[in-house]
Design a binder for this molecule. Structure first.
Ligand SMILES: Cc1cc2nc3c(=O)[nH]c(=O)nc-3n(C[C@H](O)[C@H](O)[C@H](O)COP(=O)(O)O)c2cc1C
Length: 381
């Protein structure tokens, strides 16, 4: 799916999907970290009729996956948010809409008929934050996911390769975009570049276009966000509240004490602070201490069903999928995202069977041994 996405997208859009911050070491570590754990399967277990069902926040779902919030999905496919949300709905899992999405929460809820969560950046325009929370509430979003690891916007150096000024593609990238007519006819030509619909009404008129938004939005991330923001959101938001972007066990404890319902262990897919630990490396410690008190989700680097199996075995309740479904979306729209989810589902099912497990509840640390990472073979290059 990734290769098809790469062919379909102009280079600037593929780099946006794919890239990480600075030297992209966190990005690489997110993948390599899974190799530290090897499976120790049980044999001769009848796993006929095994299933991947689980319950997240009181709702039974066919698999432990949630689609992670990603901004600017409309640059990958026209109506990208809606197409991802529909794929999630068809798979019976939740879709998390980003603050910097190209569709509003009510449109996504109505257009997908599925379960929608709303991701929140507490930007430095209080009325904007109030508006997003109110809209998400009115739309019936099941959860509010406060992303806390973008207090200072990450340095993604591919931005400097692709853009000669914020929002203005370099001539080379512009020509490359023109050389992708299928993409251009889907995204750029008929509709113009997608706009940041949740944010733009709160920007001055000259900053409301897609192009101006790209340069203006990174300046709206305040370094001042702190735990008081969590307490305020807890007072205001009536349903599930999650904090996304946690790696430190002490921060999970604070989230529990402030009444959060869940955390997403995440390094933002390696797009914010570079050279962080991969979330999977801190999962077991956090799960041992807190999994009975709070729902623990994890993301960053999940590309295979076996990655998901390792996270569940180490104590996660569920896994958010970022780029894997974006590859599907870019490659084939809603059908592509559905296909990406189906691949993950069938891989997880196969791994479960090969491990001798009948359900996710059978997964546990006894099925894993930690050690030096294995060198990757050709199939995963
Ligand atoms: C293209 C792209 C855009 C993203 N935009 C957001 C966003 O708007 N809000 C947010 O909380 N996280 C955002 N993220 C981070 C994802 O929610 C998630 O943490 C990350 O993609 C997980 O890593 P993975 O891509 O390796 O699965 C974005 C990630 C990508 C790849």
């Amino acid at each position: 799916m990734r290769r098809i996405a790469r062919r379909h997208l102009p280079a600037f859009a593929f780099e946006y999907l794919e890239g990480g911050a600075e030297d992209e070491l966190a990005l690489a570590r997110n993948r390599q970290a899974f190799d530290r754990w090897r499976f120790l399967p049980r044999t001769l277990v009848d796993t006929t009729g095994r299933h991947l069902r689980t319950t997240l926040f009181g709702v039974e779902q066919p698999s432990p996956l949630v689609i992670a919030p990603t901004g600017l999905n409309g640059v990958l496919r026209h109506d990208g948010d809606l197409q991802l949300a529909r794929a999630a709905a068809a798979a019976g899992i939740a879709f998390c809409l980003s603050t910097v999405s190209n569709a509003r929460p009510d449109e996504v809820v109505a257009g997908s008929g599925g379960r929608v969560w709303m991701q929140l950046y507490v930007l430095n325009v209080p009325a904007l934050v109030d508006d997003i929370v109110a809209r998400a509430d009115a739309a019936g979003c099941e959860a509010l996911v406060f992303t806390t690891d973008a207090n200072v916007f990450g340095s993604r150096e591919w931005d400097r390769r692709s853009f000669r000024a914020p929002g203005s593609l370099s001539l080379r990238r512009l020509l490359d975009a023109a050389a992708h007519p299928r993409w251009a006819l889907d995204v750029a030509v008929p509709h113009g570049l997608p706009r940041f619909v949740n944010v733009m009404d709160f920007l001055p008129p000259e900053a409301r276009s897609a192009k101006a938004g790209v340069s203006r939005i990174p300046t709206l991330f305040p370094a001042s966000i702190d735990w008081d923001d969590v307490a305020r959101l807890r007072d205001r938001w009536p349903r599930r509240l999650l904090i996304k972007g946690i790696l430190d066990p002490a921060d999970v404890e604070r989230a529990v004490r402030l009444g959060c319902d869940g955390v997403v262990l995440s390094n933002h897919g390696g797009r914010q602070l570079d050279t962080t630990l991969a979330p999977i490396e801190v999962l077991a410690e956090i799960a041992r201490a807190w999994r009975d008190r709070i729902t623990i989700l994890i993301d960053s680097g999940f590309r295979r069903g076996s990655d998901v199996a390792k996270a569940i075995a180490l104590g996660a309740h569920g896994v958010m999928i970022g780029r894997a479904t974006l590859y599907g979306l870019a490659a084939g729209g809603e059908a592509g995202a559905t296909h990406a989810l189906a691949i993950l589902h069938s891989e997880l099912d196969r791994v479960l069977g090969q491990l001798g497990c009948r359900s996710l509840a059978d997964l546990g640390p006894a099925l894993l041994r930690e050690g030096e990472p294995t060198r990757r073979g050709l199939a995963t290059d």
